[in-house]
Design a protein around this ligand. Structure first.
Ligand code: ZN
Length: 178
């Protein structure tokens, strides 16, 4: 099957990539390893094939929720989207205004460190509710320990992540195969 470039129509070449910066996530610090990409020989347009995007996004959000430092605006937005929450809904849960939340996510004003913790609590609640936490009590204690050590004064830096996208696909195959 020939896949054509959605920009210029030329047939794309497949390529295995050792390191692909997953900018589509809205984050610049996530690198996928072992992914197949489709590159256009004409306009250099590059598409990435992600076998298990749900699993990948869960892995990213899980790592961000456990980040031992404050979240960057892009990371905060990623976790919000992973929670399937609109800005106005999260703002209501956090007791702030939609405008304020937008400013946090745009990086115009620093994210309130309490909101940083609360979004992680919402993430933990969702993980427990959807039974993704194997040992819920231990899982929740992990968050308390994390909050205990979280330094709220340092300016946040993006968490570098390197995720083997091919291995995530394998995990998904075994979990859905029942
Ligand atoms: Zn092209």
């Amino acid at each position: 099957m020939i896949i054509r470039c959605n920009e210029c129509g030329k047939p794309l070449r497949t390529r295995m990539k050792q390191r692909y910066v997953y900018r589509e996530s809205g984050l610049n610090s996530v690198i996928l390893t072992g992914v197949k990409t489709f590159v256009c020989p004409g306009c250099r347009n590059e598409l990435v094939e992600i076998p298990n995007i749900v699993g990948l996004h869960q892995a990213i959000a899980g790592a961000l929720a456990r980040k031992p430092a404050l979240l960057t605006p892009a990371e905060f937005r990623f976790v919000r989207k992973e929670l399937r929450l609109k800005g106005k809904d999260l703002a209501r849960y956090l007791g702030t205004s939609n405008v304020n939340l937008s400013r946090w996510e745009a990086g115009d004003v620093p994210i309130n460190p309490i909101a940083d913790r609360l979004i992680r609590v919402l993430y933990a609640m969702k993980a427990v509710r959807s039974q993704r936490a194997i040992e819920p009590a231990k899982f929740l204690d992990g968050f308390l320990n994390l909050f205990d050590k979280l330094v709220s004064t340092k300016r946040p830096r993006p968490l570098p992540l390197e995720i083997p996208a091919d291995r995530l696909a394998g995990d998904m195959a075994t979990t859905t195969a029942r």
